[in-house]
Write a protein that binds this ligand. Structure first.
Ligand SMILES: Nc1nc2c(c(=O)[nH]1)N[C@H]1C(S)=C(S)[C@@H](COP(=O)(O)O)O[C@H]1N2
Ligand SMILES: [Mo]
Length: 234
């Protein structure tokens, strides 16, 4: 198993997931709880070569694959209540002001990765470029996996620790981690950090995301939601 910080026990769901997987190794697919792949795979001899080093992260997908996109074809749409709808290529994103932050990543199932260096564009800067109506109350996020969605209130979205991330650990976000562009909502549990991001929509009301439809809190503050007492993200 990848190392994990003291005091961050593996959650019940993860343990159950591991038991259910047995020797098969990788389980990805639509199911009612978060899936575990890297942890399980690392316990299965012979699979290590095909499993990317994930630095303590567990790789999750709710579809039966890791979606991929040609970087030249990739576009991030910014639509809804905006004066200037955008369809951003990766080079467009690289030309926006870049922000770096080093912060922990905490999944609601219990695992945490300390001190991950992230690089990208603040969501607030993307919203400014699109002329987003800041009076609108919420944002909706879409994944090109075709299934996963997420939400934030406008107030949450404008925080200086919410990033449209293009890099982790100084390298482009890998396909497994949701590349080429994923969301990183630092102060909230990992399910807010939507992977394979394809669209941002400025909307009039919060629409609960994938895991929120399945019981997790919409306001997903680390340490102050989901009945957990994890240390907040500094
Ligand atoms: N599109 C998509 N985004 C997603 C998920 C997912 O299954 N699909 N899982 C979420 C959850 S629950 C967590 S903890 C993180 C995990 O990020 P990682 O797979 O890079 O470790 O991604 C979040 N974003
Ligand atoms: Mo998670």
């Amino acid at each position: 198993m990848p190392p994990r910080a003291k005091g961050t026990p593996v959650g019940r769901r993860v343990v159950l997931g591991m038991l259910g997987v047995g020797a098969v190794g990788i389980v990805i697919g639509r199911q009612a709880t978060e899936t575990v792949s890297s942890v399980v795979a690392s316990t299965a001899p012979g699979l290590s070569a095909v499993i990317p080093a994930t630095g303590g992260f567990r790789i999750y997908t709710v579809t039966n694959n890791y979606p991929g996109v040609d970087p030249d074809v990739y576009r991030l749409g910014v639509n809804g209540n905006v004066t200037n709808p955008l369809s951003l290529s990766l080079s467009d994103i690289a030309e926006l002001p870049q922000t770096q932050m080093t912060k922990d990543f905490q999944c609601v199932t219990g695992w945490r990765v300390d001190d991950v260096p992230w690089t990208g564009v603040l969501l607030s800067d993307v919203l400014a470029a699109a002329g987003a109506d800041l009076e609108s109350s919420a944002l909706r996020f879409y994944s090109f996996d075709g299934v996963y969605t997420e939400s934030l209130t406008m107030e949450q979205a404008l925080r200086p620790d919410v990033l449209v991330a293009s890099q982790m650990w100084g390298k482009p976000v890998t396909r497994e981690h949701g590349g080429p562009i994923r969301l990183y909502v630092a102060p909230m549990y990992g399910y807010k950090s939507l992977k394979w991001m394809s669209g941002i929509e400025v909307v009039d009301a919060v629409v609960p995301g994938y895991w929120e439809e399945r019981g997790y809190d919409i306001d997903a503050w680390v340490g102050a939601s989901n009945g957990r007492n994890d240390e907040p993200i500094a």
